[in-house]
Design a protein around this ligand. Structure first.
Ligand code: ZN
Length: 145
């Protein structure tokens, strides 16, 4: 019993070290590796680059309509792009599961199958909405662009 507690604590220490290393790398990234970001005030498009673009690729507004984002806003966008892409993948996978389940329900080989497909359909619908809600929260907090 005492051994497993010690092992657990050693694992926690190791995890803390890894976590600190990740935070350190992220802080370096925000100071050196992150490109400047400019926001089109007409449509919200985010341009990445040392210089502002001539025209907005989304709405055609000229460079005077762009505002350079501060470090906090830039970091939020940079940090959230990968996670938002993962949520988009989860939503797509949930949609694929829904299509499989709908096919299975229509096929209706036996009541057991239909029950499994219906339960899986309900679960994947909730899964899809979980990720959508999270993305909606990200947008409201500037973790988007
Ligand atoms: Zn625009």
């Amino acid at each position: 019993m005492h051994n497993s507690v010690s092992t657990g604590k050693a694992n926690m220490d190791r995890l803390n070290l890894i976590f600190c290393a990740i935070v350190l790398e992220l802080s370096k990234l925000t100071k050196e590796g992150v490109m400047k970001k400019w926001k089109c005030e007409v449509c919200g498009y985010i341009h990445d680059g040392d210089e502002v673009c001539d025209t907005c690729p989304k709405c055609g507004a000229n460079s005077s309509q762009f505002t350079e984002l501060d470090e906090t806003a830039t970091t939020l966008i940079e940090r959230s792009r990968h996670t938002n892409a993962l949520h988009a993948q989860l939503i797509d996978l949930a949609r694929q599961i829904e299509r499989v389940c709908e096919d299975g329900i229509k096929d209706a080989l036996d009541p057991g199958c239909v029950t499994v497909f219906q339960k899986s359909l309900d679960a994947s619908y909730i899964q899809m909405k979980l990720s959508m809600t999270e993305i909606q929260g990200h947008m409201a907090k500037g973790k988007w662009g």
